[in-house]
Design a protein around this ligand. Structure first.
Ligand SMILES: [Zn+2]
Length: 213
């Protein structure tokens, strides 16, 4: 079941690799079908080796509904996010290096680029460290999300989310681009943040971008 959703997940997995957001078996992708059905990438498998039968179908308690693989060890955190962030239907977790680097010495990545605003909507907060593979990671994402569709996890990586997989992926990729640019700019000096008025103006134009299909 859910063949088209699983194919879309596999495509997004390869895009995570293409944009250098993950290495080897790191990170995961998950999609909400309904309140008791979730698709999650398997634990510890290379993305290039995965096929649609490797995607796990789990219920809201983490029980396997379909599939032979063990789901990502972050599944409890992922379920917590799905259950507590309204309208979230897809989550991407990565260890993308530039955004993660921001987390060591900053409380947030400022809203400094239009692409970051377009895709992730606001400045990206850094959540304090929490053990991986634990529901605590999910609780921090919910607590620190604010108006953004992403959170940087200190000493760990990034969680992005959206109403579909495309939104979650765009948030992750443009967050990494903004983080990389911010890191380079900081070498030369302070980086100004967009004003709230500029952010609002930018956000209003994003709705008409693209082909709307
Ligand atoms: Zn991780």
């Amino acid at each position: 079941m859910y063949e088209s959703e699983k194919k879309e997940m596999l495509k997004a997995c390869m895009q995570m690799k293409e944009y250098q957001l993950i290495s080897l078996t790191g990170g995961n992708i998950s999609v909400k079908i309904d309140d008791d059905t979730f698709l999650v990438t398997p634990s510890g498998m290379l993305y290039e080796d995965m096929n649609i039968d490797d995607i796990c179908v789990i219920d809201n308690k983490g029980n396997i509904k379909e599939g032979i693989r063990k789901p990502s060890s972050d599944y409890e955190a992922l379920l917590y996010i799905f259950n507590n962030l309204k309208d979230v239907k897809a989550i991407i977790h990565t260890h993308q290096p530039y955004a993660t680097a921001i987390g060591f010495n900053n409380d947030s990545l400022p809203a400094c680029m239009v692409t970051l605003i377009d895709a992730a909507h606001a400045r990206i907060n850094v959540a304090p460290w929490a053990r991986s593979q634990d529901v605590g990671m999910g609780k921090l994402v919910v607590e620190y999300a604010g108006d953004a569709s992403a959170v940087i996890l200190k000493h760990h990586g990034v969680v992005t989310f959206g109403k579909d997989l495309k939104e979650a992926l765009y948030s992750a990729v443009y967050l990494e681009e903004a983080a990389k640019t911010y890191c380079m700019a900081r070498i030369m000096g302070d980086v100004p943040e967009l004003t709230q008025q500029q952010i609002d103006e930018e956000a209003s134009g994003w709705n008409s971008y693209g082909q709307n299909n």
